[in-house]
Ligand binder design. Structure first.
Ligand SMILES: [Zn+2]
Length: 129
């Protein structure tokens, strides 16, 4: 039986994740999670047989209560004219995108999400035909 352990840190949605590796103690992993401002720490333990087939896995999630939950920060901007939208809800952002692309033929919007790596594109819409 082969045993592999490793840690990951995650945001509220688990969409943003950082793998820390197998060599950290729990205290070191918690320190890394706090340093990167991730509120969740996950301990993984994989059990593999002699042929390296995964036969069992354990995942233990720790909530670091001194790290605030991340609020998803998303925005949309137009690649053509540069106008930005900071609407709060996904539906209102989608409405803004639809109206902007409808009213400005040929404009293309990009939805961005704030992560530990900075703003990353979430969805790129095609321009209204
Ligand atoms: Zn535009």
């Amino acid at each position: 039986m082969d045993l592999a352990t490793y840690w990951t840190v995650r945001d509220t949605t688990a969409a943003d994740c950082l793998e820390l590796g197998p060599v950290l103690t729990r205290e070191e992993a918690e320190a890394e999670a706090r340093r990167h401002r991730f509120p969740f720490l996950v301990f993984h333990r994989d059990y593999r047989d002699d042929t390296h087939i995964l036969v069992h896995a354990e995942h233990i999630i720790y909530r670091l209560y001194d790290v605030p939950l991340l609020v998803l920060q998303q925005r949309i901007f137009c690649r053509i004219c540069g106008v930005e939208c900071d609407e709060a809800t996904p539906r209102s952002r989608e409405n803004w995108r639809d109206f902007h692309e409808f009213e400005n033929m040929g404009h293309q919007t990009v939805e961005l999400r704030w992560t530990a790596q900075g703003w990353i594109p979430v969805r790129r819409s095609d321009s209204v035909q």
